[in-house]
Ligand binder design. Structure first.
Ligand code: DQA
Length: 143
């Protein structure tokens, strides 16, 4: 299967930012984890990260043209207010799983709202980096 992982702002700072919340593993560790799983299971995976809203929207639109089979997205803080990313996700008929490393519901009130989740297939929250692996298992039909 052709899979795309999109990580939004500040996720490239994993292992540096708020380690008590996001853990000590860095972004390279996350990409390695996902790439290793994809190779082992025979999937074609691209992992993309951007701190810019427009680049994330361009990537979602490109996924439509590239006939991607499934998207895993962690929009970072854009989750809570980007109607533009929501509209981009709503434009395509590709299964999308939204992942959050932290349990956003145990944090500040502004993190309790996701404007993107209603246009996603499902959401995985608070299970750390393993949330991405679980999302991959769902999209590939492994679970
Ligand atoms: C996050 C939660 C967001 O509220 C935050 O802005 C992030 C990371 C998570 O993975 O837990 O950047 O999406």
């Amino acid at each position: 299967m052709k899979l795309l992982v999109i990580n939004g702002p500040n996720l490239n700072f994993l292992g540096i930012r708020e380690r008590g919340i996001y853990g000590t593993e860095d972004y390279m560790y996350l990409t390695g984890l996902l790439e290793k799983k994809a190779i082992t299971e025979g999937h074609d995976l691209e992992v993309f990260q951007s701190n810019c809203e427009g680049e994330i929207i361009d990537k979602i639109q490109a996924a439509y043209h590239d006939k991607v089979d499934g998207i895993i997205i962690n929009p970072g803080a854009y989750t809570h207010y980007s109607y533009a990313i929501r509209d981009a996700l709503a434009s395509i008929e590709v299964p999308v799983i939204e992942v959050h490393i932290s349990n956003v519901h145990r944090r500040e009130e502004f993190r309790h709202v996701s404007v993107t989740a209603p246009v996603c297939t499902g959401q995985i929250v608070g299970l750390g980096l393993r949330g991405y692996l679980l999302a991959m298992d769902y999209l590939t039909g492994k679970v």
